[in-house]
Design a protein around this ligand. Structure first.
Ligand code: UDP
Length: 322
C-alpha cells in the first residue's frame, strides 16, 4: 500500500539510497535536509525537496497528513562527537525530540529511526544481539541511544509505531547514490580515494587489537540491503510498540582484509602506514541480525564484501569522470 512519507536526511548517503528505493516502490516521498552534510543533487528525482531543519520543517509539513517518517538526519562522526559534544546532543537529540513533538501534534503514526551499533560500545559477546547491554564509548553512540529511549517512551505513552534499525558498517552504492562526505572518515571510501589518486595513503588506526591480524573487525552491510530493511520496517511498524533490530551480515572483516579486498577490486597497491588507535574504537563489532530476518523477513542479498567495494568503486569512478 502506497504511503506518504517524510524522509529526513534524504540528501545524505543512506537517506538518499532509501529515498530512491521508496520512490521506486511507489511511495510519495518528501525529503527534508539542511544540506549541512548532504548534497542537493543526491535527492532522488520524483521526490519533493524542502531545505531546512528536520524538526522545524516537520512542525508545518506534517500537518498535510503523513503516513510515516524515516529519520536519517543526524551528525554521525565519532571523532567530532568527542570534540564537540554540543553539536551532537543538540543536533541529534534536540532535533529528534522536536520531530517527535511534531509527529505527536499531527498524529503521524509511523517512525523508522537510524540507530547504530555504536549504542552497544565494547561488546561482551559477539555476534551482538539486541539484548546486549548498551554502553556507548563515544558521544555519537550516546546521543543515538538517548533517542532510542525517547522513542520507546513515546511509543508506549502515545501509540507511535516505531522501529529503530541499528546499522553496523554500511558500504557500497546504488547507482548514482553513494558515499561522498566532504570530510571523509570511513575506511572504504578513504581507501577508494587512495585508489582514485585523490589521497596518498591509508593510515591504519592500530594493529595491536586482540584480533587475528591485530586490526579492528567490522561487519559490513550493503547500503541497498539496508534500504530494503527500511521498507520492511515501515510495513511492520505497529502502533504502541518500538522494535529495535540490528542490521549486519554476521561476518566480520578486519581492516587489513578490507584493504586487501580493495586492492583486488581496484588493482591499486593502496600504500598503507600504521598509525595510533582511534579513541572510541571497539576491537570487534559484528551483528546478530536474526531478529530482523525472523520478524521483518529481511534477507541481505549482497553480503559479499567484494560486491560492496565494487559498487562503491564504480560510484567513485563515475564521480571522478564527471
Ligand atoms: N580506519 C582506519 N583508517 C582510516 C579510517 C578508518 O584504520 O582512515 C579504521 C577504524 O579505526 C575502524 C575501521 O577502520 O577500526 C572502521 O572505521 P569506520 O570509520 O569506517 O567505521 P566505524 O566502525 O568507526 O563506524
Amino acid at each position: 500500500e502506497d504511503m506518504k512519507l517524510l524522509v529526513t536526511g534524504g540528501a545524505g548517503y543512506i537517506g538518499s539510497v532509501c529515498a530512491q528505493r521508496l520512490v521506486e516502490s511507489g511511495h510519495e516521498v518528501v525529503v527534508v535536509d539542511d544540506l549541512s552534510t548532504g548534497h542537493r543533487d543526491a535527492v532522488p528525482a520524483g521526490s519533493r525537496f524542502v531545505q531546512g531543519d528536520a524538526a522545524e520543517v516537520a512542525h508545518d509539513l506534517l500537518a498535510e497528513g503523513f503516513d510515516g517518517v524515516l529519520h536519517f538526519a543526524a551528525k554521525s562522526l565519532v571523532g567530532e562527537s568527542m570534540q564537540d559534544p554540543a553539536k551532537y546532543w543538540e543536533g541529534n537529540v534536540v532535533t529528534s525530540l522536536g520531530l517527535l513533538a511534531a509527529m505527536r501534534k499531527h498524529g503521524t503514526p509511523r517512525l523508522v529511526f537510524s540507530s547504530t551499533a555504536a549504542t552497544y560500545g565494547e561488546p561482551e559477546q559477539v555476534p551482538i544481539p539486541e539484548t546486549a547491554p548498551t554502553r556507548p564509548t563515544n558521544t555519537y553512540g550516546a546521543t543515538k541511544l538517548a533517542i532510542d529511549h525517547a522513542i520507546t517512551s513515546y511509543a508506549t505513552a502515545h501509540g507511535l509505531g516505531a522501529v529503530s534499525l541499528r546499522y553496523f558498517n554500511v558500504a557500497g552504492a546504488y547507482g548514482a547514490y553513494g558515499e561522498r562526505h566532504t570530510t571523509e572518515t570511513h575506511l572504504i571510501p578513504i581507501v577508494l580515494q587512495v585508489a582514485a589518486g585523490t589521497r596518498d595513503q591509508l593510515q591504519l588506526f592500530g594493529d595491536d587489537y586482540p584480533t587475528e591480524d591485530g586490526t579492528c573487525v567490522r561487519d559490513y552491510i550493503h547500503v541497498l540491503d539496508l534500504a530494503e530493511a527500511h521498507l520492511l520496517a515501515l510495513e511492520h511498524a505497529a502502533p504502541g510498540t518500538h522494535r529495535i533490530y540490528n542490521l549486519g551480515n554476521g561476518t566480520g572483516f578486519s581492516n587489513r582484509q578490507v584493504v586487501e579486498t580493495c586492492r583486488e577490486v581496484t588493482g591499486h597497491p593502496i600504500p598503507t602506514v600504521m598509525a595510533a588507535r582511534r579513541p572510541g574504537d571497539p576491537a570487534v563489532l559484528v551483528a546478530a541480525s536474526d531478529a530482523a530476518r525472523d520478524q521483518l523477513g529481511w534477507k541481505p542479498e549482497r553480503a559479499d564484501l567484494a560486491t560492496m567495494v565494487r559498487d562503491a568503486w564504480q560510484f567513485t569512478q563515475a564521480r571522478h569522470a564527471q
